[in-house]
Each structure stands twice: as structure tokens, then as C-alpha cells.
Design a protein around this ligand. Structure first.
Ligand code: UDP
Ligand code: MG
Length: 167
């Protein structure tokens, strides 16, 4: 049976950008043969950071995590946001990313290869990846507006190009 097409959010976090890992991470993700259907650089607001990580708001590391994703720990106030799309996208990307704790992650995974735990205790694991379809849909809606995504995620069809001329 053919697997269902899914969309999943990937964020290259500020440590990934500071360590010049963008190329390496995108090369690793290309092993999935999934398609990139949206991409941009984002300066992350406190509101977006808190909404993205709202499931962790009661954790003792929440404040530090918000500083981390906003780039305050790396003097890099940006993340790269991408939507990957294709069969079983969520599981495929999550497997390549590796476990949340970079010391427990498979050493050949992205987090196992490039992540670290700070002396403050935050897992600097270089990428975020959605962990379920429900989470992916919520997160993609937070980070992207529909017109920034070149496929219709629901129907799986490509959108018509809109003529856009910048003045
Ligand atoms: N995190 C952390 N310590 C923990 C758990 C999570 O620093 O004990 C950070 C880590 O950067 C992680 C993020 O919080 O990627 C979000 O946590 P989640 O449990 O959603 O893990 P993920 O889905 O990113 O694997
Ligand atoms: Mg998560």
C-alpha cells in the first residue's frame, strides 16, 4: 500500500545556524527523498516561541528554552523554518533527527552528531522536527501562512503559480 503524504515542520535552531550546519543538515534531510515545499528565515518573537513550546510551559527549563529558540544564547536572532512533504514525512524526518537528548541520540543522527547539553542543562539539539500529524499541522500553521507553501497539504496537489511582480 502506498504511504500517505504528510507535511512536517523542521526548524534549524540558532545553534545550528551559528555552527554553520545548514548545508550539512539539509544534505542529511535529503536522504529522506522528501520535498521541501516551504522555507524561510525567521526572527522569532517571544509570542511565537512560547506558543511553539506551549506543551512545555510548566517545565523548569521553559524560560531558558524560549531564550534558546529566540537566539538569545547564540547572538543569532534567527531560525530557518522549512516544511518537508511526502510519504511518511513525520517519521522519516524524526528518525534522521534522533532523540531529544543529544547524548542519548543515535550518534549518526543529526542531533547525535551535532547536539550538546549546555552547562545550564538545555538540550541544544540543532533542529526541531514535528512529532505527530496533529503537532505538524499546528506548528506549520504557526510558522507559515498558507500562501507560503507550494502544495495544498490537504489535497496533495501543487498550487498554481501566482504572478508576483515586485515594484
Ligand atoms: N528540552 C530540553 N530539556 C528537556 C526536554 C526538552 O532542553 O529535558 C528542549 C530541547 O531543545 C527539545 C525542546 O526542548 O528539542 C522541545 O522538547 P520536546 O519534548 O518537544 O522534544 P522534541 O520534540 O524537540 O524532540
Ligand atoms: Mg516536540
Amino acid at each position: 500500500m502506498k504511504s500517505k503524504n504528510q507535511a512536517t515542520l523542521v526548524l534549524i535552531k540558532p545553534d545550528g545556524l551559528k555552527k554553520s550546519l545548514t548545508g550539512n543538515i539539509l544534505t542529511r534531510l535529503s536522504e529522506t527523498k522528501l520535498e521541501i515545499v516551504a522555507a524561510k528565515i525567521v526572527c522569532v518573537s517571544k509570542e511565537l516561541a512560547e506558543e511553539h513550546y506551549r506543551h512545555l510551559k510548566d517545565k523548569p527549563f521553559f524560560g531558558e528554552l524560549i531564550h534558546y529558540i529566540m537566539g538569545d544564547l547564540h547572538n543569532r536572532k534567527k531560525v530557518m523554518a522549512l516544511v518537508y512533504w511526502g510519504p511518511d514525512a513525520i517519521t522519516k524526518v524524526r528518525q534522521l533527527a534522533g532523540s531529544t537528548n543529544p547524548e542519548e541520540a543515535d550518534p549518526t543522527s543529526i542531533r547525535g552528531s551535532y547536539g550538546r547539553i549546555t552547562t545550564g542543562g538545555v538540550y541544544e539539539n540543532v533542529i526541531h522536527v514535528s512529532s505527530s500529524e496533529e503537532e505538524a499541522n499546528r506548528e506549520i500553521g504557526l510558522w507559515f501562512s498558507p500562501e507560503e507553501i507550494i502544495v495544498n497539504v490537504e489535497s496533495g496537489s501543487y498550487k498554481e503559480p501566482k504572478p508576483k511582480i515586485k515594484k
